[in-house]
Design a protein around this ligand. Structure first.
Ligand code: ATP
Length: 294
């Protein structure tokens, strides 16, 4: 039995149409399923907990990164696989697994039932699947999520552009600060840090390849630090950062580890999977093979 958790409001209402398509296909194929609809934030986690107490053998999240994140957090170490039908504006985690926006293909992938164990990020007490971003993109997540244009871009199928517009907005006012990273016990101090990205998957923010080498089942965090007093050298790198080609630059440093503590002189906002989750100081750890995905 499949258990579907559906956020009809994901992608500014795209979730509703995508569920209609999915349901039609399930009925056509006479697939046994139950469905529960989210009504507010955190419902996906609660509804997944309910499904774990039923005869459901596979949980499928129909929504964006927020919905998928909540369902995944409830499935950590439970061994029940998570399938995804992308319906959000970013869909970064789905994309990192190679799941496209084609609903039928996403559903066929679930029916194929080829489970894979992956690592997850733990940021404070929160579970994450893609990237925890500290500093610049914490502010970008706040700006994008509160922006009136996110809804409009979504309506025209241009959800990824809302992140780009937010990046440009935050660039105007953001002030870098000194940051200390302690990676597996080794301390590193950076001046004028814009962003520390701690990744389990290469992409975030609508397919920005911030840590192009990140792999979700290698037991490692990939860490990228953007630093420098002057913003222009970093701005010039933005097109390269989008394509993951920013790997040799004096203002950009990469590290690997299993555990990183991030302290900043002034508190920096922290986002994980696109949701604001707090401020520095923060600890991010990898939890090896904690989630099974389809
Ligand atoms: N019925 C609902 N009404 C309002 N908010 C909801 C509802 N159901 C879920 N939510 C919340 O909406 C938030 C956004 O949902 P989701 O991430 O699925 O879509 P999105 O923001 O459009 O996509 P993405 O995160 O990929 O950009 C989630 O954090 C979720 O908790």
């Amino acid at each position: 039995m499949y258990g579907f958790i559906v956020n009809k409001t994901a992608g500014s209402g795209k979730g509703h149409n995508i569920w209609k398509k999915t349901e039609k296909e399930l009925k056509r194929k006479k697939v046994p399923y139950i469905v529960a609809f989210t009504k507010e934030p955190n419902d996906a986690g609660r509804l997944t907990d309910d499904l774990l107490n039923s005869s459901v053998k596979i949980v499928v999240a129909v929504g964006g990164d927020g919905t998928v994140n909540e369902a995944a957090a409830a499935l950590v170490h439970k061994g029940i696989p998570l399938g995804i039908i992308p319906a959000g504006s970013g869909n970064d985690f789905a994309r990192s697994l190679g799941i496209t926006g084609n609903t039928q293909q996403a559903l066929f992938r679930i029916f194929k039932n080829n489970p894979k164990k992956i690592d997850v990020l733990q940021t404070g007490d929160r579970c994450g699947l893609t990237v925890t971003g500290i500093g610049f993109d914490g502010k970008v997540a706040e700006t994008a999520n509160e922006s009136p244009y996110k809804k409009w871009f979504n309506m025209f199928g241009l959800g990824r552009l809302s992140y780009t517009v937010s990046v440009l907005q935050v660039l105007k006012s953001f002030k870098p600060v000194n940051v200390t990273l302690t990676i597996d016990g080794r301390q590193r101090v950076f001046t004028d840090v814009w962003l520390t990205a701690v990744a389990n998957a290469p992409n975030y923010g609508g397919n920005i390849l911030i840590c192009p080498e990140a792999v979700n089942n290698d037991g490692c965090l990939d860490i990228c630090v953007l630093h420098g007093r002057n913003k222009w050298p970093l701005i010039r790198q933005i097109p390269k950062i989008y394509r993951g080609k920013h790997t040799s630059n004096e203002n950009i440093s990469f590290f690997r580890g299993t555990n990183v503590d991030v302290h900043s002189v002034i508190p920096f906002l922290v986002q994980s999977d696109g949701e604001l989750i707090g401020e520095t100081p923060v600890r991010v750890q990898i939890i090896k093979e904690a989630l099974t995905v389809l």
